[in-house]
Design a binder for this molecule. Structure first.
Ligand code: CTP
Ligand code: ZN
Length: 154
């Protein structure tokens, strides 16, 4: 193996979240609830050169991502690609996409919003800007940016 070139090892099984905008990989981990030891190997690379500029990468071994988690990632890393790895091969490559309506994955940060009351109303936001991300609560009109979203992921 060429140690001058090798930066982050390939993984055998799990997921590689690639093409994350620089600086957002820690937020991706937070969104996935990875804040301490999860019992599997996680590797993170920040500010790595790629063909399209600079990027962050997150690799999580023996982990799978569902559609809901992929939607969450899209909100803060819209350029990301999720690669599913099996036996060292990329078996599925998924370009994340910001949904036009964000349902049930972010809590409205307005404590008085009806979605934060006892009645079981699912949160719902319209995406009013993709870069930078801004979402607007369908019920109270509160706007939230990337930082707010990361702090309020359900
Ligand atoms: N990867 C990995 N372990 C594997 C296979 C792939 O960590 N066993 C990583 C690669 O290092 C890369 C990403 O998964 O960061 C996607 O792999 P691949 O599709 O082979 O790379 P590219 O063709 O360069 O991907 P893209 O076109 O999405 O940039
Ligand atoms: Zn609201």
């Amino acid at each position: 193996m060429d140690e001058q070139v090798l930066k982050v090892q390939k993984i055998k099984n799990g997921i590689v979240i690639d093409h994350i905008p620089c600086g957002m990989s820690l937020k991706v981990l937070k969104i996935l609830g990875i804040q301490g030891d999860i019992g599997s190997t996680v590797t993170l690379a920040m500010h790595v050169k790629s063909s399209r500029g600079w990027k962050d990468i997150v690799k999580i071994e023996d982990r799978y991502l569902d559609d809901r988690e992929i939607d969450k990632i899209s909100l803060i890393a819209p350029s990301a690609t999720v690669n599913f790895i099996e036996n060292y091969k990329v078996v599925r490559k998924h370009r994340v996409e910001i949904p036009s309506v964000v349902k049930g994955i972010v809590k409205c940060m307005n404590p008085r919003c009806i979605t934060n009351h006892k009645e079981p109303i699912q949160s719902e936001f319209y995406v009013i800007s993709k870069t930078p991300i801004t979402i607007k609560c369908k019920y109270c009109g509160r706007e939230m940016n990337a930082e707010d979203i990361v702090e309020n992921i359900i």
